[in-house]
Design a protein around this ligand. Structure first.
Ligand code: NAD
Length: 374
């Protein structure tokens, strides 16, 4: 099995889909691994390190030889070079990408969307959403601290007392929980909210206060994710947030609903109720944003409050993110490598394959994207 690891798109995507560790493991399984020259550069992995781990440093055009292409992002621009029947593992961003899915089907590749991996125990090690969201939650607090022009921890000094910053985390999933933990470590007084009742305990176990309206019992949806709120629930949540947010210094929003635009949680009026110098980091900006007025890749100032819509937060700590991502891909790929036969075997009955396989044998096969599972 020949595996190719491309160099991604540079500043937009500094991560890479293989690490020296994952290369070593894959060559040990009998695979030949080709890593495009410079692929790990922005993740601080040199060609020499890949070479030492057993990879061959390859030219971009060697992607033609691949039976498996390991990517961070969907490799649209290189699809025509990938041979028919090859497998591609990537964060495929398949929602509202009909054209791109059709192109992958037409190219005859087996495209696996890593972000659709089910949240079951067996697949925990393959969970790219968790590995990357965890880092994004951490980075959000670091960025907030950087933008915030006051100290986060309470400091009692001879010259007076600096009060602790108040941080509010909206959405206490994987990213939110790490944001809570990081803000606590930096000494902020942390509160958090979510629409899933189960999140309450997790928030409290991190030493933060859970804020939730009585009107909302539990909006857990399928697979441990949240469902969309009804109009009434939204109103109750909004009233609660409005009164709480006015007193906050740092707000980090992480709320997502699978396959839907991000719910709008923070209105312009709410932002204007906050004091100048406050900071909001909207981690959901790629999916439309939780915060009114947040712009992708920009820091906008609304009534003296800075609202940051940074993109690709895991990419800001690419060296850590790539190592975890590479491990996620390796764990999934391993389940499909038939060492004896020296080929990839895709078991269409496997629940992990069913959940992630978008295109196969010239067709879209995923039922959520218009395909029909056999
Ligand atoms: P996510 O990224 O889809 O959403 C982030 C958070 O936003 C979620 O906690 C969600 O409940 C919350 N949210 C959605 N709408 C909201 C609203 N209107 N207001 C406030 N918050 C809102 O979720 P995620 O971080 O990927 O994780 C979701 C769940 O899956 C969590 O319970 C997590 O612990 C669980 N999980 C389980 C496994 C596993 O068992 N293998 C792995 C990872 C995560």
């Amino acid at each position: 099995i020949t595996i190719f690891v491309p160099r991604e798109s540079g500043a937009d995507e500094p991560r890479v889909a293989a690490s020296p560790d994952s290369v070593k493991k894959l060559t040990g399984l009998g695979c030949s691994v080709l890593v495009e020259r410079g692929a790990g550069e922005m993740s601080r992995i040199s060609d020499e390190e890949y070479d030492k781990a057993g990879a061959k440093i390859a030219a971009a055009s060697d992607i033609r030889k691949a039976d498996v292409v390991l990517c961070v992002r969907r490799p649209d621009s290189r699809l025509s070079q990938i041979k028919k029947g090859a497998a591609i593992l990537a964060i495929m961003d398949p929602f509202e990408a009909d054209k791109e899915l059709a192109a992958m089907a037409k190219a005859g590749v087996s495209a696996f969307a890593m972000e659709l991996m089910p949240r079951i125990t067996r697949a925990q090690v393959m969970d790219v959403l968790s590995s990357q969201a965890n880092l994004a939650g951490y980075q959000a607090v670091i960025d907030a601290a950087h933008l915030y022009d006051r100290a986060l921890p309470m400091m009692m000094t001879a010259a007076g007392t600096v009060p602790a910053a108040k941080a509010f985390v909206m959405g206490a999933g994987v990213a939110g929980l790490q944001a809570i933990a990081t803000a606590r470590r930096l000494g902020a007084a942390v509160t958090a909210t979510d629409v899933r009742a189960a999140a309450g305990e997790q928030v409290q176990s991190l030493g933060a206060k859970f804020i939730m309206t009585d009107a909302l019992k539990d909006a857990s949806g399928e697979g441990g994710y949240a469902r969309e709120l009804t109009a009434e629930e939204r109103k109750a949540q909004s009233e609660l947030v409005a009164s709480h947010i006015a007193k906050q210094d740092i707000v980090i929003t992480t709320a997502l609903i699978p396959g839907r635009p991000a719910p709008k949680l923070v209105t312009t009026a709410m932002i204007e109720s906050m004091r100048p110098g406050a900071v909001i980091i909207d981690l959901a900006v790629e999916r439309g944003g939780n915060v009114e007025g947040a712009k992708p890749d920009e820091v906008v100032t609304i009534g003296g409050v800075r609202v940051a819509g940074y993109l690709n937060m895991p990419g800001k700590i690419a060296a850590s993110a790539s190592l975890l991502y590479a491990k996620n891909l390796l764990a999934f790929l391993e389940t499909m490598i038939d060492k004896e036969a020296g080929k990839l075997s895709i078991d269409r009955d496997d629940e992990l394959v069913k959940a992630t396989l978008l295109t196969h044998d010239g067709a879209i096969v995923h039922d959520r994207f218009g395909g029909s599972a056999p």
